[in-house]
Design a protein around this ligand. Structure first.
Ligand SMILES: Cc1cc2nc3c(=O)[nH]c(=O)nc-3n(C[C@H](O)[C@H](O)[C@H](O)COP(=O)(O)O)c2cc1C
Length: 311
């Protein structure tokens, strides 16, 4: 049993005191969760996808419980860049937690503008480009971002454009709704991404048999929670074997034992997502549990777990 262990990581240039962040869209901008635990305990806080202008999101119902998970079709409801800078950022900076600012744009140039403005305002320590939101159906983006991450050439174009606009560590978040995750992952890496975030939600739907109506107003939504964990784990394993840059693993992480599986499969960091709705201090419990696991298993350095699956 070790007395001290080292949880610090370098995630594509972002130094984190532990390898745990939260998944974009499941933690807002942190204020509500700070009532349940000190959010500065997080290795980094990933904010809800930000767009240049505020978005009201989709019509309700936007959330449905499913076996071991949930479907959401929030549609990128967010306060927009200006309000984030004026109202949300000061609290996060006061807390001193590193910020991974997740961004969403309607074109490569919009992503680039968001990244540049966040960097210039000192409003992010890393950028996570959400190239994989399944819930936006504006006519403007009928060829929506779900499709960006489904097309390796587009992933390369978007990543290159954002890369040229910022010196911040750039993480690219991909969709699991593809045949081979390695193709968009390698495209992002070659275009300058410093880490790859895996996975966003899996497309799904549910119908009420009594009314024969879809349970989501949007009909289709994104499936998250423990139901998707095995899929996420396999995609992390696939991608980590071909990538040189680190992977941020997410998908159904509820407790430390789940996070450990992601490290063993090849993730350098993990994000706690939907579980924060059920248990607001889930991420803090995951941090504590990882530390306890390392002490129990004589793992001095968290890097010692990465790709540590025994075959
Ligand atoms: C309600 C909800 C909203 C989400 N919003 C975003 C978002 O704005 N941007 C994004 O990149 N991912 C978003 N996601 C996806 C999560 O960040 C995460 O990739 C996914 O839920 C898998 O992790 P989990 O199973 O632990 O929730 C959202 C997920 C949920 C459940």
């Amino acid at each position: 049993m070790l007395a001290n262990v080292n949880l610090e990581i370098n995630l594509g240039g972002l130094v984190m005191k532990n390898p745990v962040t939260v998944a974009s869209g499941t933690f807002g901008y942190g204020e509500d969760y700070d009532k349940y635990f000190d959010i500065s305990r997080l290795g980094a806080l990933t904010t809800k996808s930000l767009t240049l202008k505020p978005r009201a999101g989709n019509k309700p119902p936007r959330l449905v419980e499913t076996p071991a998970g949930m479907l959401n079709a929030i549609g990128l409801q967010n306060v927009g860049l200006d309000e984030y800078l004026a109202k949300k950022l000061p609290f996060l900076r006061e807390k001193g937690v590193p910020i991974i600012a997740n961004i969403y744009g309607y074109s490569p140039e919009e992503y680039a503008e968001l990244a540049a403005r966040l960097e210039n305002a000192g409003a992010a320590d890393a950028i996570e480009a959400n190239l994989s939101c399944p819930n936006v159906h504006d006519a403007r983006i009928a060829r929506g971002a779900a499709f960006v991450a489904q097309d390796a050439d587009k992933v390369a174009l978007y990543t290159r454009t954002i890369r040229s606009a910022t010196r911040l560590p750039l993480f690219v978040k991909l969709t699991p709704n593809v045949m081979n995750i390695c193709e968009p992952a390698l495209a992002a890496e070659q275009a300058g991404a410093n880490a790859i975030s895996l996975i966003n939600t899996l497309l799904g739907m549910a119908i009420d048999p009594e009314t024969r109506q879809p349970r989501l107003a949007n009909i289709v939504g994104g499936l998250s929670g423990p139901a998707i964990r095995p899929v996420a784990l396999k995609m992390v394993w696939d991608a980590a074997r071909v990538l040189k840059v680190p992977v941020i693993g997410m998908g159904g992480i509820c407790e430390a034992a789940d996070a450990i599986q992601f490290f063993l499969a090849g993730a350098t960091a993990v994000a706690v997502g939907s579980m924060s709705f059920r248990q607001p201090d889930a991420a803090a419990r995951v941090i504590d549990g990882i530390e306890a696991y390392m002490k129990r298993h004589n793992v001095e350095n968290i890097a010692g777990l990465v790709k540590g699956m025994r075959i």
